[in-house]
Design a protein around this ligand. Structure first.
Ligand SMILES: Cc1ncc(COP(=O)(O)O)c(C=O)c1O
Length: 443
C-alpha cells in the first residue's frame, strides 16, 4: 500500500547540500543555527502539507469526513493557519488553544472543544467565540455547559466522550469491559447522560459520540474495534431513545517513526481499516452513514519538526558512557525524561561522516535524568558542532517549560529556501515579566 509522510524519520525535503551540510526546506541547517541561535525548532512546511494531503487522499472514498488537527501536539498561530488552509478543523483542550486558533483566523465552527475538566471561563469563551462542537466528558460539564448556554440563549452542539474499553499505545492493546481512565463516560453511564440531555438539558444538542484510544499507535485493528463499539452504541441509542445520532469521532493516535525500530502504518493503511470497518458496522447495525471525525496530532506535525542544538562539553566516564552535552534538553523536549522516548539525530555539519563512537546526548538542565538520546552512534564530535534531532514537531514545544529559568527556543518555518520566525525566542525580560515583588520587599 502507498506510503505516507508519518513513516519517514526526517522531513521530506531533507538532503545533504553541496556544502556537505544537512538542509531542510532548502535551508542549510548550519546557517539557520548561526542566524537564529540554538536551540532552534525548525518546521518544514512542505512536510506538514504532504501529510495533510496523505490524510485527505486516504479518506477520499468516505465523503462524510471531518478532519481535525489535535492542537495539543503543537499550537501556534502560523501552524494553525497552515492547517486551516489545508481544510482541517481543530481539536482544542484549553482557552489558550481556543484563543490561538481563533486569532489565526480559522473558522470556529470547525473547532471541537475537548477535555476532562473544562472550566466555567473556558466553556464561556468557547461559546462566545462560536466553537462548533463540545465533546462533553462528564456529568458536571453537562450541567455547567447547559447552564452557560441557557444564560446566553444559545444551544451548544455536543458529542459525548466515551471510554469504549479499548486502550492502545504502540504495540500494547488492552480491551476491557470498562477502562480505568479519567476521560469520558463509561459505557454504563451513557444512557443516564442521554436521558439528561433529552429531558433536562434543553440547551444542549447531542450529535454523536467521541472516543480516543491512545497515541503512537502502530496497530490498525484497534480502530476496527473502536468503530464497531461506537456504531453499535449509535444503533442502541436509536432503539432505546429513538435518537438519530449522525456523528462519530474516533480521536487521533496514528504513530510516527522516531527511530528505525518504529514501523507505523501509513495513513492509507489506517484509512482502509477505518472505512471498511465503518461500512461493515453501518450495514451490521443498520444505521445511516454517520459523519466521521478524526483528530490526529502527532502524525500531522511530528515529522515536520527538527531541533538544532550546539554541542558543548563532553565527559568520558572511566570505563563508562561518553556524555556529550547540548545547549537544550528536557525543558525544550521533555519526552525522553518523561517516558523514555527515543530519537534519531545527525550532526548537521557532517551528516555523511562515518559513525565513530557511541555517545549519550545529555541536556543542560540540572537533573541527572536530562538525557535526550541514550546511546547513539555518531561521528567524532567536536565542540561547536550542530546536532539535529529529528521528529520533534509534536509534543516538544507544546510541552516545553522554563525549567532552570531558561528561555524557550524560537521556532522557524522553512519553505522554498526561505526561513521565517513563527515563535520568537523568549528574552530574559520575558522570563521575569510575570513576577511581582510586593512593596515590602523592594529595596
Ligand atoms: C482526545 C484526543 N484526540 C486526539 C489526540 C491526538 O493524539 P495523537 O497526537 O496521538 O494523534 C489526543 C492526544 O492525546 C487526544 O487526547
Amino acid at each position: 500500500m502507498r506510503e505516507s509522510t508519518n513513516q519517514s524519520i526526517k522531513p521530506v525535503t531533507t538532503k545533504v547540500n553541496e556544502k556537505g551540510n544537512l538542509e531542510i526546506g532548502g535551508c542549510d541547517l548550519v546557517e539557520l543555527a548561526e542566524k537564529y541561535g540554538t536551540p532552534l525548532y525548525v518546521l518544514d512546511e512542505v512536510t506538514i502539507r504532504s501529510i495533510c494531503k496523505d490524510y485527505k487522499d486516504a479518506f477520499s472514498s468516505y465523503p462524510k469526513i471531518n478532519m481535525m488537527y489535535a492542537s495539543k501536539a503543537l499550537c501556534t498561530l502560523a501552524t494553525s493557519a497552515i492547517l486551516s488552509k489545508e481544510g482541517f478543523g481543530f481539536d482544542v483542550v484549553s482557552a489558550g488553544e481556543i484563543y490561538t486558533v481563533y486569532k489565526s483566523g480559522a473558522p470556529m465552527e470547525k473547532v471541537l472543544f475537548n477535555g476532562n475538566n473544562k472550566s466555567f471561563d473556558e466553556l464561556n469563551l468557547a461559546l462566545d467565540l462560536g466553537v462548533g462542537r463540545f465533546s462533553v466528558d462528564n456529568f458536571l460539564e453537562l450541567s455547567l455547559l447547559n447552564e452557560i448556554a441557557k444564560s446566553k440563549n444559545k444551544t451548544a452542539d455536543i458529542l459525548l466522550r466515551i471510554t469504549p474499553g479499548i486502550e492502545c499505545h504502540t504495540h500494547e492493546y488492552i480491551q476491557t469491559g470498562h477502562l480505568d481512565s479519567k476521560f469520558g463516560f463509561d459505557l454504563t453511564q451513557i444512557d443516564e447522560a442521554v436521558d439528561l440531555i433529552l429531558n433536562e438539558y434543553t440547551n444542549l444538542k447531542l450529535h454523536g459520540l467521541h472516543a480516543h484510544i491512545g497515541s503512537q499507535i502502530f496497530e490498525t485493528k484497534v480502530y476496527h474495534d473502536e468503530i464497531e463499539i461506537l456504531v453499535k452504541e449509535l444503533a442502541r441509542l436509536d432503539e432505546k431513545f429513538s435518537l438519530k445520532l449522525d456523528e462519530i469521532n474516533i480521536g487521533g493516535g496514528l504513530g510516527v517513526k522516531y527511530t528505525e525500530k518504529d514501523l507505523p502504518p501509513s495513513t492509507f493503511e489506517i484509512a482502509d481499516v477505518i472505512i471498511k470497518s465503518l461500512n461493515a458496522s453501518i450495514e451490521k447495525y443498520k444505521i445511516d452513514p454517520p459523519t466521521l471525525f478524526i483528530e490526529p496530532g502527532r502524525s500531522i506535525i511530528s515529522t515536520a519538526g527538527v531541533t538544532l542544538y550546539t554541542i558543548g562539553s563532553s565527559k568520558q566516564v572511566p570505563k563508562g558512557k561518553k556524555y556529550i552535552a547540548v545547549d537544550g534538553g528536557m525543558a525544550d523536549n521533555p519526552r525522553p525524561s518523561m517516558y523514555r522516548a527515543e530519537y534519531f539525530a545527525q550532526i548537521a555539519n557532517k551528516p555523511e561522516t562515518a559513525a565513530a563512537e557511541d555517545v549519550t546526548i545529555a541536556g543542560r538542565y540540572c537533573e541527572s535524568g536530562d538525557v535526550l538520546i541514550d546511546n547513539i552512534k555518531l561521528p567524532l564530535i567536536e565542540e561547536g558542532d550542530i546536532l539535529c534531532v529529528f521528529n520533534t514537531g509534536a509534543y516538544n514545544y507544546s510541552m516545553a517549560s522554563n525549567y532552570n529559568r531558561v528561555q524557550k527556543p524560537q521556532m522557524v518555518l522553512v519553505n522554498n529556501s526561505q526561513s521565517d520566525i513563527i515563535v520568537m525566542r523568549e528574552t530574559l525580560e520575558d522570563l521575569i515579566s510575570h513576577d511581582v515583588v510586593p512593596d515590602r520587599l523592594k529595596y
